[in-house]
Design a protein around this ligand. Sequence first.
Ligand code: CA
Length: 442
Amino acid sequence: MRLRHIVAATALLGLLGVPAHADEARDISRDTLPVNGGWAAADGGTTGGSTADDAHVFTVRNRSELVRALDGGSATPKIIRIAGTIDANTDDDGDRLSCADYATDGYSLKKYLAAYDPRTWGSAKPSGPQEQARQESAAKQAERVELAVGSNTTIVGLGDSKNTAVLKGGSLQLKGADNVIIRNLELRDAYDCFPVWQPNSGGLGDWKTAYDNIWLRGATHVWIDHVTVSDKGHPDEKEPTYFARNYLRHDGLLDITNASDLITVSWSRFADHDKAMLIGNGDTATGDRGKLRVTLHHNEFESVVQRAPRVRFGQVHLYNNRYVVPADGHDYRYSIGVGTESAIYAENNAFTTPGHIEVADLVKSWNGTAFHQSGTLWGSPRTESGGGYRVDLLAIHNAYNSGSERDLTADVGWTPTLHGEIDSAKAADREVARGAGAGRIS
Ligand code: CA
């Protein structure tokens, strides 16, 4: 009798739409991007899978369920709700796969290093049995960790601040997809078991890794909001050095390439990583001209070495972001990369850096010609006594540029119109510290 009462009460609460617990998070599954929500709001806006019918609303708890819900990247409107932690490096039974499980055709790191040691192999591109075995092994991992996301999809985590939903080791790939929303999700450690040695990269050679946590490739109308993306659990700085170069395991946190367009990234946290965000991946990719329009606002970049972001071609509105370089950030290189034909419009961003970092270090030009900035705060904006200093990144860049770079002009040829209220850098710094990242949608 009592049980029946409880069932009836629960059903009634369900009908009234009253959450079972007062502190339960609001259901964000069918949210759409606000009309002034940055570039992704242009040309029809971004609605993701909000129109999905009930048969296409999935709650997934492991890789197999996630793969079934993604449906090979189909365009059917769908909502995928991730519960708990999903590890992409698992087999169809949910058992964990290690790098050794993927290794095939006699691949071993020891043999690979012996085969392509520059002192004996020279500077030719690796080829032969070990490189072939590496490729076969890498393909086995890619088949597990690369997850195609199709058009008209919303992916949301179900967690809250105490218990965020996590996708570990996976690479969400939006290839040619239109109208996608990803929110309230932590993406961790997109770890490459089989980096390739590139003897001619950057003069000294370098290890090249395969997976971005999120890769937008020819994708349009994408809203990424309240995600946390990092190398958590597996920092590259703990990796060994081979051939005098750090054996990197991670590529980008979020890369936006191949004429992707109309993208908004908001209230997200990018942390503990080397190359965070690449917008445009080649100076000769002229198909990116007029595309790569991206809004980045209220994001936090903490303990990021470089590319926050690095931009080619795109009109990028960068406002109210918070940058934190930790006291031990000795490998820090730069934050904002002004690349070929880029048009970055930066407003009211806040930087906190340790003493050895100069303001001139914050912006680096890679063949860029223009950069707009205003309202930049540098120092420790959150301490009442320190307060931070208003700095002009453009003037300082031009005053201190190394000589190999041209001076940048302030005229980037456009003025952003699609955006919400722009806070002072000081207010943004405080709000972003409190509100950016997964588990923090209020
Ligand atoms: Ca990449």
